[in-house]
Design a binder for this molecule. Structure first.
Ligand code: ADP
Ligand code: MG
Length: 349
């Protein structure tokens, strides 16, 4: 794969819709970059510009390695694409679908046969080689779509919500397969999704997008543990917000005084992940509240505690911990688990 650079890529559609504000983005060679964000934020538009299916407004540039491809149509760019809807040829067999790109490139029939066989083997599709697409399940179709996209050794693989149409179990399985496939091939890949778990699992880096702009770029860990703004903090996982007056590193909250807050005196805000808090015996935590509701989900017990902050606070406890609604509890947050959005994670003073 090659490195891909977008420079000043703004996109206005014919009807005047500004889908993307000027975007600068570099995808390293061999990297899997995930574009993550809610519906309508501009993910597909970005991908289609990279593919050559849309062109940026005047002044935008797209580079594949050192080559300027800004005005190149899709046929010239040598990209592989996989979409949510499979876009396969329904009346062709699996093998014919997978070999299609090679046929277009006028590769010799014997070579096509061999390369298709290798590819089907790798994608665990060999037993299905002679089936028609209409006879396959959704997951199998998406494997075929992947095989068809990568067999021509594209310079970049573009995937637009490829798992969205599949049921949860299949999605998990195929996600793991795509992950190992991308690592094995070392191909440059751009993966679009609105699913944060998928983004975390697949991305070397994640670009969180909101309303046609990049909200944050970082590794999954950076995005999760060091969100830079409210949008990213809320969009990725669940997070609690504590808001109150700070004095001498203590924040005054309805449930007590939260100590170890590395903020200046005055009104302040701190975020904390549900798994970074602990429920203690009543009276022994920094804060006090009342269990409002619990939800046992096996590995965790999700506990909502009211009276601590303006909103109920969500705490993820060990699955074996049991609490009863109405029970008064203490709450602990370690200072180094508090997230301050304007900066790096707050360290203990
Ligand atoms: P996403 O893939 O993140 O859901 P899109 O890139 O498809 O978002 O769309 C971004 C914005 O551009 C949306 O507001 C969408 O309605 C608009 N848009 C997409 N394609 C077109 C088009 N061909 N003409 C006009 N507006 C469009
Ligand atoms: Mg889209």
């Amino acid at each position: 794969g090659v490195a891909i650079r977008l420079q000043n890529c703004r996109k206005t559609f014919a009807d005047g819709t500004l889908a993307l504000h000027p975007l600068d983005l570099t995808i390293q060679a061999g990297e899997t970059l995930v574009l993550l964000g809610p519906s309508g934020c501009g993910k597909t538009t970005t991908l289609r510009m990279i593919a050559g299916l849309e062109f940026p407004d005047e002044g935008g540039r797209i580079l594949f390695g050192d080559e300027d491809v800004t005005r190149q149509p899709i046929e010239k760019r040598k990209v592989g694409m996989v979409f949510q809807s499979y876009a396969l040829f329904p009346n062709m067999t699996v093998a014919e679908n997978v070999g299609y790109g090679l046929k277009v490139q006028k590769v010799k029939a014997a070579d096509i046969k061999r390369r298709v066989a290798d590819m089907l083997e790798m994608m665990e599709l060999a037993p299905l080689a002679h089936r028609r697409i209409s006879q396959l399940s959704g997951g199998q179709r998406q494997r075929v779509a992947l095989a068809r996209a990568i067999i021509t050794s594209p310079r970049v693989l573009l995937l637009d919500e490829p798992l969205t149409a599949l049921d949860a179990l299949l999605r998990d399985r195929l996600r793991a397969d795509i992950n190992s496939l991308l690592r094995k091939l070392g191909i440059t890949a751009i993966y679009v999704t609105h699913d944060q778990d998928e983004a975390m699992a697949l991305g070397d880096r994640i670009v969180v997008m909101e309303h046609g702009r990049v909200s944050q770029i970082g590794t999954p860990r950076e995005i999760y543990f060091e969100p830079q703004n409210d949008f990213v903090a809320d969009f990725i996982g669940q997070i609690n917000v504590f808001e109150g007056q700070v004095r001498n590193r203590c924040m005054q909250l309805p449930g007590g005084s939260l100590t170890g807050v590395a903020l200046a005196d005055g009104p302040g805000r701190i975020h904390c992940r549900p798994e970074d808090m602990e429920i203690t015996e009543a009276g022994s935590g920094q804060l006090t509240g009342v269990v409002q509701q619990t939800q046992f989900i096996g590995d965790r017990n999700r506990v909502w505690v009211s009276g601590v902050s303006e909103q109920p606070v969500l705490v993820d406890c060990d699955g074996r911990a049991q609490f009863t609604p109405g029970q008064t509890v203490g709450l602990l947050i370690k200072p180094d688990q508090m997230i301050r959005l304007d900066q790096q994670q707050v360290r203990a003073a």
